[in-house]
Write a protein that binds this ligand. Structure first.
Ligand SMILES: Cc1ncc(COP(=O)(O)O)c(C=O)c1O
Length: 369
């Protein structure tokens, strides 16, 4: 196959395909139908989406919908309501106009096009770990952009460690002049927590001082978990902090898509119920987890007694055999010495979550000391 490929893509695929193979689930459930809590999917609003799409096609579809596009960056008739959406929910410091928006087929392809536009072949960008493993294929395949991980010392209070982690990553790079950007994920995947406005501003200054771009992946914005009052940060968009005194606006790029959120208000209530149910059970099992404020996941030390990565994998495999798939923490470029963590998706219906918890109980009750 490689003979028919360009040397560029053969090189990129040679690196990426083995990693992707490692991410695909190894374990199949023996007799139960698998409940997949490893995917970043929002299953809470599927029924409503079917209704909305059916009625929209029925009532709104006109022959013009099949015309050639008029603009390269997306139809004005879509960018105009999108601008209103950002102005209403992201509280931008400067009004978002349709011409500020470029439409792509989701955040992944947006990142790919963006780094292709701001980086040279072989440049690097810094990403605070842990981070979503899907970033790498989008960075590497077309633009050949490499990553430097800004490592945390602990998973607790990741925001307060951000600037030091960025400084260390930058200064320990063998070639800082090839670093072109910092990629933030806020709200964070896999932590489902947000950076404070102060931390975000310091990050903007860090980038301005070094001539770097800031890419803020805000895909999980507005998926807030409305529970009892906590001191966890609420979401602040980088859009609301753009200020020429801190950073030139043309170095700041926000990415968002509807792929996780859609269906705002209804989803919030259901997210909260599912989150509460999952966190109650984690507490009952004595499992450490990061409390979530915005997003669809809980990052938890499910294999709490595991001493090695293999022991953690054994527990995840056992859960999968019993019909529940979670996403092992080792995929997220986190802290090497933190063993046993996993990302658990809770944006599924309460019935499904209840069944998943019952299955998990059969394994995890054993761990309760
Ligand atoms: C942090 C993050 N960014 C981007 C994406 C991809 O988003 P999209 O579906 O809009 O391409 C994902 C998908 O899981 C994600 O978790």
């Amino acid at each position: 196959m490689a003979a028919n490929l360009s040397s560029r893509i053969a090189l990129a695929m040679g690196e990426i395909l083995p990693k992707m193979a490692a991410f695909s689930p190894q374990h199949k459930s023996s007799n139960t139908s698998l409940i997949d809590l490893s995917l970043a999917e929002n299953l809470l609003i599927r029924d409503e989406l079917v209704d909305i799409f059916k009625s929209t096609f029925q009532e709104e579809l006109t022959p013009e919908a099949f015309s050639l596009p008029h603009e390269f960056s997306g139809e004005l008739s879509v960018r105009t309501p999108l601008a209103s959406f950002f102005n209403r929910f992201f509280k931008p410091a400067v009004n978002v106009e349709p011409e500020h928006i470029v439409m792509t087929a989701g955040v992944g392809t947006c990142l790919e096009a963006l780094v292709y536009s701001i980086c040279e072949d072989g440049d690097t960008i810094i990403i605070p770990g842990p981070y979503w493993f899907g970033f790498e294929p989008y960075l590497r395949t077309r633009a050949n952009v490499k990553t430097i991980v800004a490592n945390l010392e602990s998973y607790q209070d990741h925001g307060s460690q951000l600037i030091q982690a960025l400084e260390e990553a930058y200064s320990s790079s063998p070639n800082p002049s090839r670093i072109k950007a910092v990629l933030l994920c806020n709200p964070h995947n896999p932590f489902s927590q947000c950076f404070s406005p102060e931390v975000l501003k310091s990050c903007l200054s860090f980038c301005q001082d070094r001539g770097l771009h800031v890419i803020s992946d805000e895909l999980y914005a507005l998926a807030s978990i409305k529970g009892p009052k906590t001191d966890l940060m609420k979401f602040t968009s980088v859009l609301s902090l753009i200020d020429d005194k801190i950073i030139n606006a043309d170095r700041v790029h926000i990415m968002w898509s509807g792929s996780k959120l859609l269906g705002l208000s209804g989803m919030r209530i259901r997210l909260t119920l599912s989150y509460d149910r999952l966190s109650e059970n984690l507490k009952k099992w004595g499992i450490e987890f990061l409390p979530a404020s915005e997003g669809m996941f809980v990052f938890a030390k499910l294999a709490k007694d595991a001493k090695t990565g293999e022991e953690a994998d054994e527990l995840f495999a056992e859960l999968a055999k019993n019909g529940v798939l979670v996403s092992p923490g080792k995929f997220y470029n986190g802290i090497n010495t933190e063993i046993g963590w996993a990302r658990i998706t809770f944006s599924v219906s309460l019935d499904v979550l209840q069944e998943a918890l019952a299955r998990m109980s059969q394994i995890l009750d054993r761990q309760v000391s």
